[in-house]
Write a protein that binds this ligand. Structure first.
Ligand code: SAM
Length: 269
């Protein structure tokens, strides 16, 4: 682990985060402190570059549900992507859905489309949508480029449910709290459900992603700070109400490994 630190520092990988300090946590390096705006934008660009380079591989991994089993889930019933998707479907009050940051291949837009949902997907990168159009031409006209750090083009209350999975890790906290979350909630109709999944913690998390053999950095968020914004904009956390034991603020660890938080919140009627 020390060698890894040395390598990073020698290569000057963090000159844009001068106020951050490094701490090792298992295979994950966590940087704590305050990022500066320029560093944050640079990280966003680096991460988008990752999807430009590895879009096809990403689509392959998610479509085969390769990294989709969750480790150490809380609750234990949250075993993977499919369980989460079924829970989301059971909570949605209608069929109109948006996948915000749908990713290379837009797997969930495709899956829900085949299950009879009226889906839209947006992503920052046209290349990610091109991969989706190659794999699933039938959803090509349901996908469009949008930057979630800007206002969305959809009118208020356009959707019954909105998913935003593993995306805000690429957007700075100021924009997530001031633009992304308020916009995702604005486009939800009354009683609509938001599913939000993000990497859990504080500061920036850096990890060697074994699937691509590259070092990646992500903005981490605590459930408290994200829930506070969601509640401020008129949504309430959906608790555990059924026999499946799912609900409330849930956690799991992915293959990298990084800890994720996921919850569902309902917009007031
Ligand atoms: C880890 S992938 C998640 C994809 C998908 N939601 C999933 O769960 O498989 C992150 C996605 O967020 C997209 N993204 C990053 N920043 C974005 C932004 N500002 N606006 C829209 N999409 C963004 C990336 O292009 C990438 O496709």
């Amino acid at each position: 682990m020390k060698a890894e630190f040395k390598w990073q520092l020698e290569l000057g990988r963090f000159p844009l985060f001068p106020t951050l300090s490094l701490k090792g946590e298992g295979e994950t390096f966590v940087l704590t402190g305050t990022s500066i705006a320029g560093g944050s934008r640079r990280m966003e660009q680096d991460q988008l570059e990752h999807y430009r380079r590895f879009g096809h591989r990403y689509a392959e991994v998610v479509h085969d549900f390769l990294g989709s089993g969750y480790r150490d889930p809380s609750p234990p019933q949250l075993t993977g992507d499919e369980v989460l998707l079924e829970r989301f479907q059971s909570l949605a009050p209608g069929k109109k859905g948006l996948d915000a940051g749908c990713g290379p291949g837009a797997r969930d837009v495709y899956l829900l489309h085949t299950r009879g949902y009226d889906m839209r997907g947006v992503d920052a990168l046209q290349g990610n949508l091109d991969v989706a159009a190659e794999l699933h031409p039938e959803i090509a006209d349901r996908l469009e480029v949008a930057d979630l750090s800007q206002p969305l083009r959809f009118p208020d209350a356009s959707f019954d449910f909105v998913a935003c999975n593993a995306v805000i890790q690429h957007i700075s906290p100021e924009l997530v709290k001031g633009v992304t979350l308020p916009e995702l909630i604005r486009v939800l109709g009354p009683g609509g459900v938001l599913q939000l999944m993000f990497k859990s913690g504080s500061g920036i998390g850096t990890v060697l992603d074994p699937d691509y053999d590259v070092q990646r950095s992500f903005q981490l968020y605590t459930e408290h700070e994200i829930l506070a914004v969601v509640e401020q904009h008129g949504c309430s956390l959906i608790g555990a109400d059924g026999e499946d034991g799912l609900g409330g603020v849930m956690f799991f660890t992915d293959y990298k490994p990084m800890r994720h938080c996921v919850f569902h919140a309902r917009k007031a009627q």
